[in-house]
Design a protein around this ligand. Structure first.
Ligand code: NAD
Length: 497
């Protein structure tokens, strides 16, 4: 591990213990005592151990969530009181931001500054945003026509959906968890969170914060462990009313199958292969920097990464050369060293998968403009920022999500149907369009089938902006009022007066 970052004694101590489960307000080991190793992606060695929940733990966590929901300890609280607790969570996240940023750096491979100035405040903002919604969950009144001559009072009301299981991936452990916990709690749900087995550390700290802020026992439970075991059990559990999943499309389909038993409500934030379309009338310098950031930030491990690049032929060479130059200048290495600006992939398994996809891209005829190799740096999991040219839509490197810093670049001309090319993907998560022609920008944005469209920028999130995908990128939306609604049921009441 790099010597450049001095790990604080508190974090050292925290990593030295087994990361515990939180069930019914109690921190505990897994029944049977099973643990899994937690690896640091920058160093490739074991940095901590985490409890690995058994089926019995999952049963206990679901039962605790159910009891707390049915007791009304949370739903019965006034909306203003719930809002105060969520606001306090935000304050505590900020108060402990240095420690949480360290955990996110060591466990998820984030840079300290980006976690401290980016992820942690954004998670805090998420809790504040949904704190505001607690007092604004409303129904409507209706007028009915089916029974003339009678008086009725007819209204709808929103109610918490019940017990919500929340499953998140490793690429943004804190923020992804916040995006689910905050609207679920705002709506009045009791929940069980399962982070990715790779990244439990910041979520355990978040669990402590939720308890410190006043979330009652059993309303928030934390299960650590693997997906096929714990995640699958939650998705199939008959006493779970709602599952909100973020992860790969492949696992998302398994969630749908598992959820069939009790037809629990399902929302899915899945993979992407998001296009960037650069027209020749764009601000080319800005587009080059924007496209490079869109694929290389967090080493490409971003669901909305701009991984398919389409550039109008007259500026194609300029744009591809510009992005390749940025890639060549990137300082890849441990996220514990602030001199670096591209960190590791999350695991050896993922590094192998990304390398295999790069090799397959070459085998299918793609040409590497820059990068393509693994980097042996202090035992961590590193790959060079990579740009492919001479690719086409029949190649796996163009079709499949790599979830790494790998860009495929393709030119287009006036005679190409650029919208059809952008839409030629099983995914539909995000896209960006770069042009100074306002009409072309909005027309192209309207025609691309994706849930998130950026014009002359890429990847800008906000709590107010719904986030989610078309096609095989998912069901439903996170963020905004839309996410809150997904943790509610709608009841219509028809009262004869
Ligand atoms: P993954 O699907 O392998 O795992 C995600 C989570 O699901 C983890 O917690 C994992 O333990 C759990 N899981 C695995 N198998 C399971 C099963 N059978 N049943 C229940 N849970 C199971 O994904 P990943 O590799 O951790 O994350 C990368 C993927 O996530 C990429 O495809 C990326 O695009 C996607 N992602 C999407 C968004 C979005 O908002 N659309 C955001 C971040 C990541």
């Amino acid at each position: 591990m790099s010597n450049t970052f001095q790990i604080s004694p508190g974090v050292q101590q925290r990593m030295g213990r087994v990361q515990p489960l939180l069930i019914d307000g109690e921190w505990r080991e897994a029944q049977g005592g099973a643990t899994t190793d937690v690896y640091g992606p920058s160093c490739g060695s074991v940095i901590s151990k985490a409890a690995s929940a058994s089926d019995a733990d999952t049963e206990l966590a679901v039962a605790a969530a159910r009891r707390s929901f049915d007791s009304g300890v949370w739903t019965g609280m006034t909306p203003a009181a719930r809002a105060k607790i969520l606001w306090k969570v935000a304050d505590l996240l900020e108060a402990y931001s240095a420690e949480i940023a360290e955990l996110e750096m060591l466990d998820a491979g984030k840079f300290y500054s980006s976690a401290k100035e980016g992820e942690v405040p954004f998670a805090a903002e998420c809790f504040r945003y949904y704190a505001g919604w607690c007092t604004k969950i409303e129904g409507t009144t209706k007028q009915i026509s089916t029974v003339p001559g009678q008086d009725f009072h007819v209204y709808t009301q929103r109610e918490a959906v019940g017990v919500a299981a929340l499953i998140v991936p490793w690429n943004g452990p804190l923020v992804q968890a916040a995006w689910k916990i905050a609207p679920a709690l705002a709506a009045g749900c009791s929940c069980i969170l399962k982070p990715a087995a790779e990244t439990p550390l910041s979520t355990v700290r978040l669990g402590e914060i939720l308890i410190e802020a006043g979330v009652p026992a059993g309303v928030f439970n934390l299960l650590l462990g693997d997906g096929p075991g714990v995640g699958q059990a939650l998705a199939a559990h008959p006493d779970v009313d709602k599952i909100s999943f973020t992860g790969s499309t492949q696992v998302g389909k398994r969630i749908v199958n598992a959820a069939q038993g009790n037809l629990k409500k399902v929302s899915l934030e899945l993979g992407g292969k998001s296009p960037i379309v650069i027209f020749d009338d764009a601000n080319i310098e800005e587009a080059i920097v924007g496209a490079a950031q869109a694929i290389f930030s967090n080493a490409g491990q971003v669901c909305v990464a701009g991984s398919r690049l389409y550039v109008q032929a007259s500026v194609y060479e300029q744009v591809v050369t510009g992005i390749a130059d940025i890639a060549k200048q990137m300082r890849v290495g441990a996220s514990t060293d602030p001199e670096h600006n591209m960190g590791p992939l999350i695991s050896e398994k993922h590094l192998n998968a990304v390398s295999k996809m790069i090799d397959q891209g070459v085998a299918e005829g793609g040409v590497i403009v820059t990068g393509g190799g693994r980097l042996e740096l202090g035992g961590g999991y590193f790959v060079e920022p990579t740009v492919f040219s001479d690719v086409n839509h029949s190649m796996s490197i163009v079709k499949d999500e790599v979830f790494g810093p790998v860009l495929v670049a393709m030119p287009f001309t006036e005679s190409d149907d650029i919208v059809a090319l952008a839409n030629d993907s099983e995914y539909g998560l995000a896209a960006s369009v770069w042009t100074q022609d306002i009409g072309k920008a909005h027309k192209t944005a309207a025609a691309i089938r994706a849930g998130l469209l950026w014009i002359n920028c890429h990847g800008i999130p906000d709590m107010a902006v719904p986030f989610g995908g078309y096609k095989q990128s998912g069901w439903g939306r996170e963020n905004g009022y839309e996410a809150l609604l997904q943790y509610t049921e709608l009841k219509s009441v028809v009262a004869k007066l």
